[in-house]
Ligand binder design. Structure first.
Ligand code: ADP
Ligand code: MG
Length: 249
């Protein structure tokens, strides 16, 4: 059974065809790197897979269950895909913390209010997550009082507080100063060691080669190449993949 399976996902914005039939699968415990130039559709793929955007056609399954199937804009699956929202956590480039809430409230609000878990247990666990992120003393701070790297660590803690079965990262270090990138990558690496299932959009190629099990290279709304991450990054077979990787070197 796949943790995530995407079949033939298509998405247009007006006349612009952004995803032209993307299929991929992620096994439980696997880390998939999604690589590709800006504008190739990586964020749209993640947003449609997590129901933040509406795909036009395709099928998305989580842990063997169809969460959403659509054909030409019409939903063909039964049920409510939002039910699957707590199967996965999301960490984006720009943190998306609630600015008027303390760090602690950012972490515990959804587990308590949406998941109806015990408030004191949630708080205790959140404190442990903050400690893991080296932010033990920041629970009562507001996001504006934190550096970019600290905000991103809060965003990861917030995602973990919901006990997701898998995590999506969309360029988690792109908004950070280079010296803060390493600490975020180290956290993601430690999650990989714990066998957290992850889909990571990143331009950090050496990181991806080391941490990801598999990689897909996207261009123009399609997956052009797929393979073991280390292999794809260091020995790409497609001309377009080689071009892209050479530009980053
Ligand atoms: P990537 O994450 O690989 O850089 P995106 O998925 O963000 O690519 O974008 C793919 C293409 O879709 C780009 O041409 C982008 O301008 C376009 N696009 C993304 N989101 C929207 C939107 N909400 N409305 C219109 N066009 C969009
Ligand atoms: Mg993007």
């Amino acid at each position: 059974m796949d943790a995530l399976k995407i079949s033939n996902m298509q998405k247009s914005f007006g006349d612009l065809e952004v995803l032209k039939g993307v299929s991929l699968a992620v096994s439980p415990g696997e880390v998939l790197a999604v690589l590709g130039p800006s504008g190739s559709g990586k964020s749209t793929l993640l947003r449609c897979a997590t129901f933040l955007d509406q795909m036009d056609s395709g099928e998305v399954s989580y842990f063997g269950e169809v969460a959403l199937a659509k054909e030409n804009g019409v939903k063909t699956s039964k049920g409510d895909e939002k039910r699957f929202r707590h199967d996965f956590g999301l960490v984006f480039q720009n943190f998306n913390l609630f600015p008027h809430w303390t760090v602690m409230r950012n972490l515990i609000d959804a587990p308590v209010k949406v998941q109806k878990r015990d408030a004191s247990e949630v708080r205790e666990e959140a404190q442990g997550l903050l400690a893991r992120m080296n932010l033990a003393d920041k629970g009562e701070s507001y996001p504006s009082e934190l550096s970019g790297g600290q905000k991103q660590r809060v965003a990861i803690a917030r995602a973990l507080a919901l006990h997701p079965k898998m995590l999506f990262f969309d360029e988690p270090t792109s908004a950070l100063d280079p010296e803060l990138t390493g600490e975020i990558l180290a956290i993601i690496r430690s999650l990989a060691e714990e066998k957290m299932t992850m889909v990571i959009v990143t331009h950090e190629m050496e990181f991806a080669a080391g941490v990801a099990d598999r990689a897909v290279f996207m261009d123009g709304g399609r997956v052009l190449e797929e393979g073991p991450a280390d292999e794809l990054i260091h020995h790409p077979t497609q001309e377009r993949t080689k071009q892209f990787l050479n530009k980053l070197r």
